[in-house]
Design a binder for this molecule. Structure first.
Ligand SMILES: Nc1ncnc2c1ncn2[C@@H]1O[C@H](COP(=O)(O)OP(=O)(O)O)[C@@H](O)[C@H]1O
Ligand SMILES: [Mg+2]
Length: 383
């Protein structure tokens, strides 16, 4: 930018590491991300970390957005969308240059670009363009360490088709399912219907890459199938259809290990859905009493051990780093069947991931410290 004036602000020796907390984003989980970010900004230990907070609008503009602005926005509307801020932010995307470039206007409105050194990025983004490896890839290009899973793990963890392949390869039990790619639905709809009906009803029709239950329908009979497919296809043209499983919904939180330490799993928690067919969007975020989360889940010790072991296996199966939440069904006969892995799970203090760690002895702000520390320890490049 030839007209702008650029200054650098590196973190001086002995100063606190600077963490860029990034939130919002392009996915339908934008609003959920804002709620998560508010919690993290309230809890992050400012004696340990310098914090810069960056919002991403639904159409992908990056800008500085302060905690105060976020608090005020969410006070007005709980499921808000970020208005595009004035101080736009970009990344140099150059090896060795770990700055955020902040584009402001200086005296007499002249463009002014400041460089703000950052040591790590904490992406609090759920769903596509945040949790799916795309943002992680950009941070790799920018040489910036970040919290959580790398490119491949994030992409696999986003895709309900590929995560099952990874789980099966690791010897984990996955429920019966079939994949309906776009071309099949358009050229061989009868063949697709046959494959789906062979699973037996009910089935769950899901976009392969979405989240927060968006686009998911429980289908009880063949006549409802086409409408459910179209709903899923609004989110992703690749659709995964699963046999409905009977069982309790049990989750387990995983935290990456330092250095050569193995990843560890928390005590499991249970989701009890109330007044809904399944754990849909409203039960998750809209209704206060849509679901009851309890931790630790009341289960026999040996089932708890299996869940914790399988959660770490699932984490390793996708090459996880940092954090992930692994979600299971425990059948009436106590078989442990994995449903999915979430590489950026809900992360408010009342979300399952932090609650399971709290029940296991790790409080919310310590968990944040731990995740940033893990990010700082890990090199960037080729992931
Ligand atoms: N195969 C299944 N059998 C029974 N219930 C299911 C099945 N798949 C999903 N569900 C229900 O739908 C919810 C959302 O599905 P999930 O695969 O976890 O999607 P998301 O990634 O959006 O959370 C689950 O928490 C559960 O309540
Ligand atoms: Mg889920």
């Amino acid at each position: 930018m030839s007209t702008s004036h650029e200054t650098a602000e590196a973190t001086a020796e002995g100063e606190k590491p600077c963490v860029a907390v990034v939130f919002g984003g392009r996915s339908s989980e934008h609003s959920v991300s804002l709620i998560t970010a508010r919690s993290v900004l309230r809890a992050i230990d400012r004696d340990k970390w310098d914090v810069v907070s960056v919002g991403i609008s639904r159409d992908s503009a990056w800008f500085l957005y302060s905690q105060e602005e976020l608090e005020a926005l969410l006070e007005e509307t709980p499921l808000a969308q970020l208005p595009v801020g004035e101080r736009r932010v970009s990344l140099p995307l150059q090896a060795g240059d770990s700055r955020l470039l902040i584009h402001d206007s200086g005296e007499f409105g002249a463009p002014l670009t400041r460089g703000r050194h950052v040591d790590a990025v904490f992406p609090l983004l759920h769903g596509p363009f945040g949790e799916d490896g795309t943002l992680q890839g950009m941070l790799e290009l920018a040489d910036l360490p970040y919290v959580g899973c790398g490119v491949a793990a994030s992409a696999i963890g986003m895709d309900k088709h590929f995560m099952k392949i990874a789980f099966e390869a690791a010897g984990l039990e996955v429920g019966p399912y079939t994949v309906v790619p776009d071309r099949m639905w358009r050229t061989d709809r009868e063949g697709a219907r046959e494959r789906i009906e062979a699973l037996g009803f009910p089935v769950f029709v899901k976009p392969a890459r979405a989240g927060s239950s968006f686009g998911i329908t429980r289908v009880d009979e063949a006549s409802q199938l086409d409408a459910a497919m179209e709903t899923a296809r609004e989110h992703d043209l690749k659709v995964v259809v699963e046999a409905g499983l009977e069982g309790r919904e049990i989750e387990c939180a995983v935290l990456g290990g330092h250095g050569t330490e193995p990843a560890r799993a928390s005590l499991p928690g249970e989701i009890e859905v109330q007044g809904h067919d399944f754990y849909d969007f409203d039960a998750k975020y809209v209704e206060d009493d849509g679901a009851m989360l309890s931790c630790p889940a009341r289960l026999p010790d040996e089932v708890i051990d299996t869940l914790r072991r399988d959660a770490v296996r699932a984490f390793n199966a996708v090459d996880g780093e940092g954090l992930a939440r692994c979600d299971f069904f425990v059948t009436p006969g106590n078989r442990v069947v994995i449903n999915e892995i979430n590489t950026m799970p809900g992360f408010t203090p009342i979300s399952m991931y932090p609650r399971m760690w709290a029940a296991s002895g790790l409080e919310y702000s310590e968990l944040i410290d731990e995740l940033i520390t893990l990010a700082l320890e890990r090199p960037v490049g080729l992931r």
